[in-house]
Design a protein around this ligand. Structure first.
Ligand code: NAD
Length: 293
């Protein structure tokens, strides 16, 4: 069994970012990312903190906008309009999920597609569906695909089963993997909560992707011998033996399935590492687009 770790692959992405960054800086451009956080969700706060730290490490311009939990929709739209108009900002990310009273789709629609580095604006999702590489693909699915490419896993003609149909992960990854680009050309099936006999379907998968949000949901009965397994899930479970009283686990029961797999990603240390790396890569690409480089 080969362990597909996120760290070395993310480092390779950062190395490319730095090369591109130097080229931009030499031409007088500094990539800038704005992250908007509404409310006080601790997990969202932690994600935003990691994004900010990574921007600083790379030497990028970074802006964090924190808004209170009860921010009205109009106020958030004003903030987005300000960032759209700000020439120092090339990428805008609104940390999801937003508090329940806010309409996420309406907010995403306000982001200039050229700054939508999270790849969730309909223009970018349309480009993804059209195999138009000038758009931005969502970061977590792009990270999964990059892991497969860098690990030398053949995706062309492979049977890929993705469990989970969210726009953020499952549905977008399906578009990427059935696309004609590198790491694509797969035969993709998307399973979800209404799928019948899930295990029979997933046992057909050469590459199985779990993006469900239920700890240890995927067990040995779901996996064909020799399959490649990508675990997108990040779930916090109670563990009295852990220093914090809890720990992170994936959607896959790693210990129970690892001996059946040709390759598998761990949690933590797998896909999670890639999401921020792809966000930085998208932001630098957005800056290049604007600079015409
Ligand atoms: P979501 O809740 O939006 O979607 C979950 C999907 O799982 C849904 O499409 C649903 O139909 C499917 N599902 C639920 N129960 C099922 C069942 N019994 N059988 C089959 N399918 C079922 O979640 P999401 O935003 O797509 O995230 C999924 C997981 O990935 C979560 O654990 C999340 O924390 C994690 N995640 C990780 C990253 C990362 O950077 N690694 C990024 C985004 C999400």
């Amino acid at each position: 069994m080969k362990l597909i770790e996120g760290k070395p692959i993310a480092e390779a992405v950062y190395a490319e970012c730095l090369t591109s960054f130097e080229e931009l800086r030499a031409a007088g451009h500094l990539p800038g990312l704005a992250v908007v956080l509404v409310g006080d969700d601790p997990a969202s706060r932690a994600y935003v903190g990691s994004k900010e730290r990574k921007c600083q490490e790379l030497g990028m311009h970074s802006v964090k906008i924190e808004l209170p939990e009860d921010t009205p929709q109009d106020r958030l739209h004003e903030v987005i309009a300000g960032l759209n108009a700000d020439d120092a900002i090339h990428g805008i990310l609104v940390q999801l999920p937003l508090p329940g009273h806010l309409d996420e789709d309406a907010v995403i629609l306000r982001i200039d597609p050229a700054k939508d580095v999270d790849g969730l604006h309909p223009v970018n999702l349309g480009k993804l569906a059209m195999d138009d590489s000038t758009g931005f693909a969502p970061c977590t699915p792009s990270g999964c695909q990059r892991m497969l490419i860098e690990s030398g896993i053949e995706t062309s003609g492979a049977n890929v089963v993705i469990v989970g149909r969210s726009l953020l992960v499952g549905k977008s990854l399906a578009l990427l993997m059935m696309g004609k680009g590198e790491g694509g050309n797969s035969t993709v099936t998307v399973a979800h909560s209404q799928t019948k006999d899930l295990a029979a379907l997933t046992r057909e998968a050469d590459i199985l992707v779990a993006a469900i949000g239920i700890p240890h949901f995927i067990g040995p009965e779901h996996i064909k011998d020799g399959a490649v397994v990508i675990d997108v899930g990040i779930n916090r479970i109670e563990d009295t033996s852990a220093p914090k009283g809890s720990r992170l686990v994936g959607d896959v029961d790693f210990e129970a399935v690892k001996c059946k797999c040709e390759a598998i990603t761990p949690v933590p240390g797998g896909v999670g590492r890639m999401t921020i790396a792809m966000l930085m890569a998208n932001t630098i690409r957005a800056c290049r687009h604007r600079a015409g480089i």
